[in-house]
Each structure stands twice: as structure tokens, then as C-alpha cells.
Write a protein that binds this ligand. Structure first.
Ligand code: GRF
Length: 193
């Protein structure tokens, strides 16, 4: 588990592949006085990820890591993590699966946000599957990353109600609004704040 030692903020890297709206909410949170983290690195496997713009806006360095080969990609990521003294990794819409080796190396230091009430609806196309199954509720989950997909220890969840006319798109936006609040809240919980 990550320990807060004194007033120093925990150096955090956020991994993204797409829009980066969770990255933005984490950056805004990190800049609050009572936040336990500072975001000092953004990693993306996708040079076209829209979320990279937040690195520019908030002046946080980013590294694009090409994923032609996972072993090589993870070696580069590990070098970046070491060079930047990163202590916590937040996955935020990062669409690559991390290897068992990588996860073991940073055991207890990698968090993820998933748009369902885990353990239900692990994996992709969550909202579509939730709607097809006529669920009454869905939500989002922040959890530790372990070697099984979307299966690590749950830190915090938020439930949302599904309307009768809900579509996967409307559900996705409704849940995303909650994700932006949940990720910072889960990080505070981790540090007993
Ligand atoms: C979010 O729904 C997150 O739960 C999932 O991927 C999406 C990323 O959205 N893992 P964004 O890139 O943070 O806007």
C-alpha cells in the first residue's frame, strides 16, 4: 500500500488512451490543497489520444509509448516511472492490458476506474451489455489492479439508476460524470482523508 509520509505529495502517473476526461478530473483534484497526489507524468499508448491536450494545458510531461511489442513497451514505461520517481499509477481509460510481471512489480500501487458495478460487467462494451440485460442499476468502480482483468480489490463504487429510455450513450455520459467524482474520492479514501 502507498504510504503518505509527511506533507510531500505522492508522485502519480496517469495512463490514458483516449479522451482523458478522468485525467482532467484527476489533475484538477491534484491541484487542490488537500490532495495527497501530484500528477507528474502522463503515459499514453496512443499519440492521437485527445486527452494528451490536458498535459499541455496543465504543463505535465507526457510520454507516448508505442505498443508494437508489450515487453518492450513496458520496459520503456518502467524506465519512465523510475526516472520520474513515480509512486502511484492511475489507469484512466488505458486500453492496454498490463503484464503479470508489471502488475507484480507495482503491486498495490496501480489503480483503475471501470464503468460498471464490479464484479458485474468486467471488460469492454459494458454499457451495451448492461442495457441489453435490462439492468435497473449500473455505476462505476475504482479498484486496485491485479493480474485478473477488472478483478482487484474494490476501493469505492457509485451506483446510478438506469431510466426506461436509457441508451448505452446516455448511460455512458451519466456514469462518466460520476467517475470524475469517484476517482478523487477513492484516492482520498486510500490515504484515509
Ligand atoms: C471511462 O469510462 C473509464 O471508466 C473507462 O474508460 C473511459 C475513459 O474515459 N476505463 P476518459 O478517457 O477518462 O474520458
Amino acid at each position: 500500500m502507498v504510504q503518505l509520509t509527511g506533507p510531500k505529495k505522492i508522485k502519480t502517473a496517469v495512463f490514458i488512451s483516449g479522451n482523458g476526461s478522468n485525467l482532467k478530473s484527476l489533475i484538477l483534484f491534484s491541484r487542490k490543497k488537500n490532495s495527497p497526489i501530484t500528477i507528474s507524468l502522463i503515459i499514453s499508448n496512443n499519440s492521437k489520444a485527445k486527452g494528451l491536450k490536458f498535459g499541455k494545458i496543465f504543463k505535465i510531461p507526457n510520454k507516448i509509448i508505442k505498443y508494437n511489442n508489450r515487453l518492450i513497451a513496458e520496459r520503456k514505461i518502467i524506465t519512465e516511472i523510475k526516472n520520474n520517481n513515480i509512486e502511484l499509477i492511475c489507469l484512466a481509460g488505458f486500453m492496454k492490458i498490463l503484464s503479470k510481471h508489471f502488475i507484480k512489480k507495482y503491486n498495490g500501487k496501480i489503480l483503475n476506474i471501470h464503468p460498471s458495478l464490479l464484479p458485474k460487467y468486467k471488460g469492454l462494451n459494458t454499457h451495451q451489455r448492461v442495457i441489453s440485460n435490462n439492468e435497473k442499476y449500473s455505476g462505476c468502480t475504482v479498484h486496485f489492479v491485479n493480474s485478473r482483468l477488472d478483478s482487484g480489490k474494490i476501493i469505492l463504487q457509485k451506483k446510478v439508476r438506469i431510466n426506461s429510455n436509457e441508451t448505452s450513450t446516455s448511460l455512458a455520459s451519466k456514469i462518466l460524470v460520476q467517475e470524475h467524482k469517484l476517482y478523487p474520492k477513492a484516492i482520498k479514501k486510500l490515504f484515509n482523508l
